[in-house]
Write a protein that binds this ligand. Structure first.
Ligand SMILES: NC(=O)C1=CN([C@@H]2O[C@H](COP(=O)(O)OP(=O)(O)OC[C@H]3O[C@@H](n4cnc5c(N)ncnc54)[C@H](OP(=O)(O)O)[C@@H]3O)[C@@H](O)[C@H]2O)[C@@H](O)CC1
Ligand SMILES: Nc1ncnc2c1ncn2[C@@H]1O[C@H](COP(=O)(O)OP(=O)(O)O)[C@@H](O)[C@H]1O
Length: 308
């Protein structure tokens, strides 16, 4: 199996940061072989629970589509079961699209939280349900409208902001930073955020950057999109679903709270997302749902390239 260190150092930065980090980051570009090393193929001894159950609290009556997109992408990434536990409107739409989804509460191996939520419109009841998920001690993906709760999250958390959401996260912590500053130096800001908030950061963009919080794990990972057709509404909600499914299926390997593994899982989600976008696009325009629909065949092709 290829090492994550193969593919090597593309930019080594030593800088005086504007925020408290002095970490020197070696950035590697994630490869198909790296992604394959993280995708868990079901075995004869597996059943739906052994494969992993993903809990999803996403969507709102304002943004129900985000829930459908994330659920669809997670289902196509491959997971034993999805428990979708959201508001009424998205629940109806999710079940119309995917009757496989379970809407009853129960144990999960990972949570996907926040896509399609609006922190300012969230009810107290919804906030307390998200808090309760964060408090369960299972690995979590925090996206979009749950990012305000990052300071309350545990160690095994991956956050998936775009540059604007990351600027807001720092703003709430009392540090003003422009969205454009983050886009101009995503490696720095992903690293600084991971250290400041103690979470694994997947900073979205044409070049997605993944950084973990530990000072010992100095590797920062990049995933560079082959084209920009994926810059379309709901594309990030699809990424959240892919990541949630990969997190749930890798849950047995996350028990040691290794943040390095979280970075590998996050990078694989970004890789699968960009590969599925490329496959769906074929050089032309795509919708977010097109990306989700091509995830299964994209993973099959990745596994077919594996030389193990
Ligand atoms: N199908 C679904 O259900 C979908 C649901 N989605 C869900 O929506 C939620 C919000 O996520 P988001 O990333 O869209 O908004 P957000 O982070 O608040 O950034 C807003 C920034 O954009 C800017 N801006 C706005 N309009 C602009 C314009 N025309 N041209 C230029 N700029 C413009 C605006 O700037 P302003 O207008 O204030 O100057 C502000 O800076 C989230 O929960 C997500 O999951 C999405 O995934 C989409 C599909
Ligand atoms: N210029 C670009 N080229 C390629 N991919 C992009 C580009 N801009 C954004 N993306 C990708 O598209 C997705 C957008 O996510 P996000 O900003 O959360 O949108 P949404 O909230 O509409 O789902 C991310 O996966 C991001 O990496």
């Amino acid at each position: 199996m290829q090492s994550i260190y193969r593919g090597a150092v593309s930019d080594r930065t030593e800088r005086t940061p504007t925020q408290p980090t002095d970490r020197t980051a070696d950035t590697i570009e994630w490869t198909a072989a790296d992604a394959v090393s993280v995708i868990r193929v079901p075995r004869a001894s597996d059943d739906k629970y052994r494969r992993g159950v993903l809990g999803i609290r996403t969507g709102s009556n304002t943004f129900p589509g985000a829930a459908v997109l994330g659920v669809d992408a997670a289902a196509r990434t491959g997971v034993g079961m999805i428990r979708y536990l959201g508001p009424e409107v998205p629940t109806t739409l999710v079940l119309q699209r995917r009757p496989e989804i379970v809407t009853a509460q129960g144990r999960v191996q990972a949570w996907l939280l926040g896509s399609g939520m609006d922190a300012e419109q969230r009810t107290d009841a919804e906030t307390s349900l998200v808090r309760s998920a964060l408090g369960e001690g299972v690995p979590c993906v925090i996206d979009a409208g749950a990012l305000d709760l990052v300071p309350e999250s545990g160690a095994r958390t991956i956050i998936t902001p775009h540059a604007g959401e990351l600027a807001s996260l720092w703003g709430r912590a009392g540090v003003t930073v422009e969205r454009s500053s983050i886009s101009d130096d995503p490696v720095h800001w992903a690293t600084a955020t991971a250290e400041r908030f103690g979470v694994t950061v997947l900073l979205k963009g044409a070049r997605t950057i993944i950084a973990g919080p530990t000072t010992s794990a100095t590797i920062v990972i990049s995933v560079t999109a082959a084209s920009s057709w994926a810059a379309t509404a709901g594309s990030g909600d699809v990424l959240g679903g892919i990541l949630g499914a990969l997190l749930a299926t890798n849950a047995p390997f996350l028990a040691d709270e290794s943040t390095d593994i979280l970075s590998r899982v996050a990078a694989t989600a970004a890789y699968v997302h960009q590969a599925a976008s490329t496959r769906a696009s074929g050089g032309g325009p795509i919708t977010a749902l097109d990306i989700a629909e091509s995830v299964g065949v994209t993973i099959a092709e990745l596994l077919g390239q594996d030389s193990r």
